[in-house]
Write a new protein. Structure first.
Length: 85
């Protein structure tokens, strides 16, 4: 068998970590860090999602109002231009 099979990779990684016990501890700690990061990102997303959604809705409303006002202004300008002719 070649050197590129699961058990060979596992034993190599364990040796590099200083033995099976150290390797298990490293895997455990890495898993805890990953879980903490995922939990933190999930929490931040849950906290900030409503704020972002509110901002997006307000921006859409503001854009709609600005578009309406610009349309009204352009219509008035067109009417005034026609009256001046």
């Amino acid at each position: 068998m070649g050197k590129d099979w699961d058990y060979a990779n596992l034993t190599h990684d364990a040796k590099e970590a200083g033995g099976p016990g150290n390797y298990i501890d490293k895997v455990h700690k890495d898993g805890q860090k990953e879980g903490l990061l995922i939990g933190l990102l999930t929490t931040l997303t849950a906290l900030f999602a409503p704020i972002i959604i509110k901002h997006v809705k307000k921006t859409k409303e503001d854009k709609k109002i600005a578009t309406e006002k610009l349309s009204e202004y352009l219509e008035r300008e067109d009417e005034e231009e026609k009256d001046n002719e």
